[in-house]
Design a protein around this ligand. Structure first.
Ligand SMILES: Cc1cc2nc3c(=O)[nH]c(=O)nc-3n(C[C@H](O)[C@H](O)[C@H](O)COP(=O)(O)OP(=O)(O)OC[C@H]3O[C@@H](n4cnc5c(N)ncnc54)[C@H](O)[C@@H]3O)c2cc1C
Length: 406
C-alpha cells in the first residue's frame, strides 16, 4: 500500500451490508487510518434477505439477521454513529443529524434505497412496506393476526412475502399493474412461470390492473382498482419498487432520488474522493460500457470489496458484477438469476423437467447467452453463469444443456 495516496479518514455513510463490508475490507487490506461509519437506523448492521423469509416467518431469532454486533464493530476500530443520518455534504465535510460534522478524505456512500410509496398511500398501521428490520417486525405482527394479505406489486420481495404468508395459512391476493408479474425483469415466459408458482401455492394473482386508491373498509385495508373492483384484506404490503437514498448529497451537485452514476470501480462521476456502493450506486459495466444499478446482495458485497481495496491502494482482484447474481426463496424453491435478462432479445427454456423445480430459462442477445434463471437448479445455473461470463453462443449453450440433462 502506498501511504502517499491513501486517505487519512474514510467516512462510510450507510451502515448496511455494503457499508459494513467496505469497512471490513479496508481493515482486512491493512488500512490503518481513521474510519467513521454512519447509519440512520439504530441497529448495528444487519442482513435484509431474511426479512422477507426466515425472520418474517419467525423461524429465526431476530439476532440472526445481525451482520456484526457492537462488540464486532469495536474489533474493526471504527467510529460508529448509529441512529444518526447524514443530512448534508460538501467537498470536505459530512453533516450529521445530531449536529456532528465529519471531515473526510474519502467518502463512501452506501445509503441504499427506500421503498417507493403509492402517490395516494395513507399512513396506516396495516399498510406496510418492507425494507428495514423495523418494517419486518411491524409486518410480522400484522400477519400474525391476519387471515388475508393484499400485496400491491409483484416484485421478488413481494413474492417472498406471499410465500411466507401462504406458509402461515394466510390468504394472499397479489395485484400487479403489468400483464404478468415479473414481466419487466424476467420477460413474459419466465414471468408466467413465477405467476404459476404463486397460483400453484394458492395465491390469487390479479395482473394487468392497478389500484387507484385506498377505500374505507372498517378494520380491514380496502383498495379500489382502476377496473372498479374493490378488494380488502386484513393487511397490505406495497412493493412497487425503490428510490435511491441520496437526497443528502445535493451539496455535491448530485440529483436527489437518482442512482449515483459511477465509474467501473465505484468513483462517483465528477466528485473526486467520493465513492458509491450497493443499491444506491450505478456502476459503469466493463463488458458493455453502460451504467447499471443492481439491488443484489452479491453486488453490494463485491462493490464494497472493490472500493475498499481501491481506497486502501490494494490489488483489486476480480472486478465487481462481472456476472450479476440474485436469488430468491419462494415456496421451498430457490430461484437463481445470473446475468442481465433485460438485455435479452429471446428467452428459451433450457431445462424442462415437467415441473417448475429444475426448470431453467436462458436469455439470449445477439446469439449469446446473457442471463439464466433457474427454479431450484443450482448446478446448471452455476454452469450457465460461467457461460454468460464467457459470452457463449447458442450452440455451446445447447450442448451444455444436453450434457447437464444426461
Ligand atoms: C426484504 C428484502 C429481501 C431481500 N432479499 C434478497 C435476496 O433474497 N437476494 C438478494 O440478492 N438480495 C436481496 N435483497 C437485496 C439486498 O438485501 C440488498 O441488495 C442489500 O441490502 C444492499 O445493501 P446496501 O448496503 O446497499 O443497502 P442497505 O442494506 O439498504 O443499507 C443502507 C443503509 O443506509 C442507511 N441510510 C440511508 N440513508 C442514510 C443517511 N442519509 N445517513 C445514514 N444512513 C443512511 C439505511 O438506513 C440502511 O441501513 C433483499 C432486500 C430486502 C429489503
Amino acid at each position: 500500500m502506498s501511504s502517499a495516496t491513501v486517505p487519512g479518514h474514510v467516512v462510510v455513510v450507510g451502515a448496511g451490508l455494503a457499508g459494513l463490508r467496505t469497512v471490513e475490507t479496508l481493515r482486512a487490506e491493512g488500512y490503518a487510518g481513521r474510519i467513521s461509519l454512519v447509519g440512520a437506523e439504530p441497529h448495528p448492521p444487519y442482513d435484509r434477505p431474511p426479512l422477507s423469509k426466515e425472520i418474517l416467518a419467525g423461524k429465526w431469532p431476530d439476532e440472526r439477521a445481525t451482520l456484526r454486533d457492537t462488540a464486532g464493530l469495536a474489533e474493526l476500530d471504527v467510529e460508529v454513529h448509529l441512529g444518526v443520518a447524514a443530512t448534508g455534504v460538501d467537498e470536505e465535510t459530512v453533516e450529521l443529524s445530531d449536529g456532528t460534522r465529519l471531515g473526510y478524505d474519502a467518502l463512501v456512500v452506501a445509503t441504499g434505497v427506500h421503498a417507493r410509496r403509492l402517490p395516494f398511500q395513507p399512513e396506516h398501521p396495516k399498510i406496510h412496506m418492507l425494507r428495514t428490520f423495523d418494517d419486518c417486525v411491524s409486518l410480522r405482527s400484522s400477519l400474525a393476526a391476519a387471515h388475508s394479505l393484499l400485496l400491491i406489486g409483484a416484485g421478488f420481495i413481494g413474492a417472498e412475502v406471499a410465500a411466507t404468508a401462504r406458509a402461515a395459512g394466510v390468504e394472499v391476493t397479489i395485484v400487479e399493474a403489468l400483464p404478468l408479474p415479473f414481466e419487466r425483469v424476467l420477460g413474459e415466459q419466465m414471468g408466467e412461470l413465477c405467476a404459476r408458482l404463486q397460483r400453484d401455492n394458492g395465491a390469487t394473482v390479479r395482473a394487468g390492473v392497478r389500484p387507484e386508491g385506498f377505500i374505507d373498509a372498517g378494520d380491514r385495508v380496502g383498495v379500489r382498482l382502476v377496473d372498479g373492483t374493490e378488494l380488502s384484506a386484513d393487511c397490505a404490503v406495497v412493493g412497487i419498487g425503490t428510490v435511491p437514498d441520496n437526497g443528502w448529497l445535493a451539496g455535491l451537485g448530485l440529483a436527489p432520488d437518482q442512482p449515483l452514476s459511477c465509474d467501473s470501480r465505484g468513483l462517483v462521476d465528477g466528485t473526486p474522493g467520493v465513492y458509491a456502493v450497493g443499491d444506491v450506486a450505478a456502476w459503469r459495466q466493463l463488458a458493455r460500457g453502460d451504467v447499471l444499478r443492481l439491488e443484489h446482495w452479491t453486488s453490494a458485497t463485491e462493490q464494497a470489496r472493490v472500493v475498499a481495496r481501491r481506497i486502501a491502494g490494494a490489488e483489486i482482484g476480480r472486478e465487481a458484477d462481472v456476472v450479476p447474481y440474485f436469488w430468491s426463496d419462494q415456496y421451498g424453491l430457490k430461484l437463481q438469476l445470473v446475468g442481465r435478462p433485460e438485455l435479452a432479445e429471446r428467452v428459451e427454456v433450457l431445462h424442462d423437467p415437467g415441473t417448475l423445480k429444475g426448470t431453467v430459462g436462458g436469455y439470449f442477445a445477439e446469439g449469446r447467452l446473457v442471463a439464466a434463471l433457474g427454479f431450484h437448479a443450482p448446478r446448471p445455473v452455476m454452469r450457465y453463469r460461467r457461460l454468460v461470463e464467457a459470452g457463449a453462443d447458442e450452440a455451446e449453450v445447447r450442448e451444455t444443456a444436453l450434457r447437464l440433462a444426461s
